[in-house]
Design a protein around this ligand. Structure first.
Ligand code: HEC
Ligand code: HEC
Ligand code: HEC
Length: 452
């Protein structure tokens, strides 16, 4: 009995020592994956681009709030976690973070004060970020983002999940190797692997979770990686394996979906809508090709099948192709580009979102030869000065389209005309403000000459 008590006491003591170790032993942070010179300056624009690749804005911006000022509630199975203010404000943001502390947040989920961050911050994926990208992000957040004073609500999870030291043990079990991404030697595939497994953190939603709620694998070599997950009650479909729908999409369709959220198979919804809106639509043409190549390779395609898809036209990127124009116009997103917005404000009442107008009343603009003509002058003149259908014996009403010369400046007419020439199935070239100015001046000269 005494021996038993002694063993028990010993076990409890041991437990307490382990616990104390977990809480108090200094945490070792992951060192930089490459050593860059102290004064390394990232290329112009690299910071913002990497931020787009990694989609920092989506989580760190509250609904209707200033970008990066935090406070967005993120629902997790454990409760609601509030994202931090990551503007460079000294007191409420990350203005006081050194480069090493910033890297530790991205790689090891550590806050400046040493507290462990909840994995709602996808450091499990960001551990793969290259040192160049970490530097670019750091420079961006410290130098380009405006500091915003904003204290975000305290995350208050029920016990025991409010004990942040517990996350430390979770990290030991759950995190993969820093910097590890799958590679094949094919540059396109390898870039795609980096983007999807690292900054893009696609697995955070598209991979199933294991017993400790960690992503089941972090690279293509893990069989469960990207085989489908769940986010906010929605299924994030499998991106590989027999059940994956995208296995049957052409490279061009897949690329179009990623860049615009729509293709002939599908329109984007739910959390993925935000991924496209805040992140994927900003991927460069080459990076989209890389993601497509990688996803197709996961689906079993051979390298020659995933040769680069054609470059997307502006119209595709805006989701303006085919039914895409209509859906985009209906969605009336606040962030909508100027061209479609001008169309909604000025033309939609008569020509409608589908560009089909009304039979014999308002002409169809989709496939309209005046709209798609090699010279944009007919379209420009119609927008500036309007048009009128004659009254005939058969159709006595004269139908007038108003002119917009007084309402729209040349630059806006150009945006609008460019949009209409690329909307629906139209594929005609862009119009410049100078084109419009020339037509406007010509009309003024003619009017002046007529008055003399
Ligand atoms: C999927 C959502 C999500 C994304 C994407 C995300 N974060 Fe976070 N991040 C969070 C959440 C949630 C927290 C707070 C976690 C906590 O309180 O434990 C956080 C915390 C942080 C912190 C700690 C700040 C502090 O002092 O509290 C930093 C730094 C940070 N994120 C930077 C970034 C950067 C840089 C990116 C893009 C590369 C990014 N995050 C992308 C959700 C996200
Ligand atoms: C925040 C969670 C989240 C992240 C991160 C995310 N997705 Fe998604 N994704 C979803 C959800 C949910 C859907 C299903 C909704 C839909 O199809 O519109 C989806 C759908 C898709 C589809 C359509 C699949 C199909 O079968 O219809 C593709 C392709 C896709 N995602 C690719 C990606 C890629 C590539 C990334 C990383 C760059 C990514 N996703 C990151 C949540 C996410
Ligand atoms: C109040 C209704 C109305 C509005 C608003 C309107 N249109 Fe029209 N539009 C018409 C009518 C009616 C015609 C037929 C007139 C004609 O062709 O002589 C027409 C003709 C056209 C034509 C010539 C088509 C052809 O086959 O000849 C184009 C191009 C056009 N509109 C573009 C636009 C654009 C772009 C806008 C927005 C700036 C716009 N319209 C706004 C009513 C309207």
């Amino acid at each position: 009995m005494v021996t038993f008590l002694r063993i028990l006491t010993g076990l409890v003591l041991l437990g307490l020592i382990v616990l104390a170790a977990i809480i108090f032993l200094p945490v070792r942070t992951t060192p930089a994956l490459a050593s860059l010179p102290q004064d390394y300056a990232p290329p112009e624009g690299a910071g913002e681009y990497t931020m787009r690749l990694a989609d920092c804005e989506a989580c760190h911006t509250a609904e209707g709030g200033t970008p990066f000022a935090g406070g967005r509630p993120i629902r997790s199975p454990l409760g609601t976690i509030y994202s931090s203010n990551i503007t460079p404000d000294e007191e409420t943001g990350i203005g006081g973070y050194s480069l090493d502390e910033f890297r530790a947040a991205l790689y090891d989920g550590l806050r400046q004060d040493g507290a462990h961050l909840y994995p709602a911050m996808p450091y499990a994926n960001y551990r793969k970020l290259s040192e160049e990208d970490v530097r670019a992000l750091y420079a961006y957040f410290m130098e380009e983002v405006e500091p915003v004073r904003n204290s975000v609500p305290e995350t208050d999870l029920p016990f025991p999940f409010d004990q942040r030291w517990g996350i430390r043990t979770w990290k030991w079990i759950a995190l993969g190797e820093p910097g590890e991404v799958s590679g094949s030697g094919d540059p396109l595939y390898d870039r795609g692997a980096y983007l999807v497994e690292g900054p893009g953190h696609c697995g955070a939603c598209h991979s199933p979770r294991n017993a400790v709620m960690a992503e089941a694998g972090y690279t293509a070599e893990d069989d469960d990686f990207l085989t489908g997950g769940e986010i906010d009650g929605w299924t994030a479909p499998p991106l590989r394996g027999a059940q994956s729908a995208i296995r049957h999409w052409s490279p061009a369709d897949l690329k179009l979906f990623l860049a615009s959220g729509r293709n002939s198979h599908s329109g984007v919804n739910g959390e993925m809508r935000l991924v496209v809106r805040d992140s994927l639509q900003f991927y460069s043409n080459e990076d989209l090709d890389a993601v497509v190549a990688y996803l197709r390779a996961l689906g079993g395609a051979q390298a020659e099948d995933y040769a680069a898809a054609p470059e997307l036209r502006t119209a595709d990127r805006l989701g303006m192709e085919g039914g895409g124009t209509e859906a985009a116009l209906i969605s009336a997103e606040p962030g909508m580009a100027l061209g479609p917005r001008l169309y909604l404000d000025n033309c939609n009442a008569c020509h409608f979102v589908d560009g089909r107008g009304a039979d014999q009343v308002f002409p169809e603009l989709d496939g309209n030869p005046l709209v798609t003509a090699a010279s944009p002058n007919g379209l420009i003149d119609t927008i500036l000065h309007g048009a009128e259908l004659p009254s005939t014996a058969l159709r006595p009403y004269s139908l007038r389209m108003p002119g917009f010369a007084a309402r729209l400046p040349d630059a806006e007419v150009a945006e609008l005309a460019t949009f209409v020439r690329g909307a629906w199935s139209n594929e005609a070239g862009a119009v410049t403000a100078a084109d419009v100015t020339a037509r406007r001046e010509l009309a003024e000269e003619r009017a002046a000459a007529a008055r003399e």
